[in-house]
Design a binder for this molecule. Structure first.
Ligand SMILES: NC(=O)c1ccc[n+]([C@@H]2O[C@H](COP(=O)([O-])OP(=O)(O)OC[C@H]3O[C@@H](n4cnc5c(N)ncnc54)[C@H](O)[C@@H]3O)[C@@H](O)[C@H]2O)c1
Length: 357
């Protein structure tokens, strides 16, 4: 195994979102004594209820703010002697990038540039003995695959949606900061995540929540688009593994070896919930409604994650069957969380905990 970097004080951006909050839960429990500063502006996707259970931890600090605010970022890096930035903050929903791409460029490209630039100044000032900047990205930067083949770290970038284009732009800036300044950057690219705290606009939580409420289950096009699914807990550990052991300047693909057609996932979730909700077999499938396809809908994504196994010894631990059953149980047990997200009530939690917005 390569020499391990041991972070003492980590700035997590976007830690109130789906993957960021799962990462914080996982990282704090596995790294006691390491400070975690969560910088999140709390867009519609940021939900502090995701962080119940870590808020009282003395290692944890929440700061509401914008990654594009250079003064704030610079102050946090210095004040907390940050030696690692784990960058999740983004606009992340492809459909929203089609109707309003501007904010995707502002947050994902320009915001990342500000973080990189302030990190460079901080790293070059030499106040911490070692430093890492880890950019969390997506396999969508590689574009779409045919029926066969996998994305490797060498696959050329060929983003097709405004979302993936903005992530690809950020990834190239991250690369440029390594190549130009020698800043120790890392770049992970991950397949679709699922698990707890997933905002119910995304496929799996949307299906679960609509089935519970007996609402129609919208499936794009013919439902035959293929995605490679990774449990968010496996992703969290993969990111920690890259942060500590990844060679700076490199890209690491993270995937679950779990290719599923969208329609097969929807059928599986329907059938599992028939059982769990005491409904007739096949009852939930009647809710499936095929809707007009998303423009530029990539047909297939599949990740070759062998570099993660070969170089860092990481492998996913969840099978999809186990992960999806656990995820459904989580949503059933956390209906209050779902209700708060759907009604917008989760926004009040910030005011209760931290005062007026
Ligand atoms: N969800 C997936 O399946 C997936 C897969 C691969 C990669 N990714 C990447 O992982 C990262 C996290 O994804 P997610 O699904 O958790 O996203 P999310 O939308 O759930 O969370 C994004 C978080 O970023 C915060 N944020 C947005 N703009 C900000 C700004 N200007 N300043 C500070 N905070 C800001 C939001 O408030 C929110 O808490 C993203 O970079 C995404 O591109 C996601």
């Amino acid at each position: 195994m390569p020499e391990q970097f041991a972070p003492q004080s980590v700035l997590v951006t976007g830690g109130a979102g789906f993957i960021g909050s799962n990462f914080i839960h996982s990282f704090i429990s596995r790294n006691p004594g390491c400070r975690v500063v969560n910088l999140d502006i709390l867009t519609y996707a940021g939900n502090l209820e995701n962080l119940k259970g870590v808020e009282e931890n003395p290692d944890y600090r929440f700061v509401r703010g914008d990654i594009g605010d250079a003064g704030l970022v610079s102050r946090l890096l210095a004040e907390f002697r940050i030696d690692a930035v784990v960058h999740f903050a983004a606009e992340s929903h492809v459909d929203r990038s089609i109707t309003g791409p501007e904010i995707f460029v502002r947050t994902n490209v320009l915001g990342t540039q500000v973080l990189l630039e302030e990190s460079r100044r901080h790293w070059q000032a030499g106040v911490v003995p070692a430093f890492r900047f880890l950019q969390v990205s997506t396999d969508e930067v590689y574009g779409s695959l045919g029926d066969t083949g996998f994305f490797t770290e060498e696959t050329p970038l060929a983003a097709n949606s405004p979302y993936s284009a903005s992530k690809a732009g950020a990834d190239l800036l991250v690369r440029a900061y390594y190549e130009t300044f020698g800043m120790p950057t890392l770049n992970t690219r991950c397949s679709n995540n699922y698990g707890p705290y997933h905002f119910p606009e995304k496929l799996i939580p949307l299906m679960i929540s609509n089935i519970i409420g007996r609402r129609p289950l919208p499936v794009y096009g013919d439902g035959l688009n293929v995605r490679d699914w990774l449990h968010v807990k496996d992703h969290s550990i993969a990111i920690e593994t890259v942060l500590k052991g990844g060679k700076p300047g490199q890209v690491f693909n993270i995937g679950g070896n779990n290719e599923w057609k969208n329609i097969d996932i929807v059928n599986l979730v329907c059938d599992l919930l028939d059982g769990k909700l005491g409904r007739q077999p096949g009852e939930n499938r009647k809710l499936i409604t095929f809707v007009k396809d998303r423009p530029g809908h990539d047909r297939r994504y599949a990740i070759d994650a062998s570099k993660m196994r070969r170089e860092l010894g990481w492998e996913p631990s969840y099978t999809f069957e186990k992960g999806i059953a656990e995820t459904i149980d989580w949503y059933l047990a956390n209906q209050e969380w779902v209700e708060h997200v759907t009604s917008g009530g989760y926004r009040e939690y910030y005011e209760k905990q931290y005062g007026e917005r």
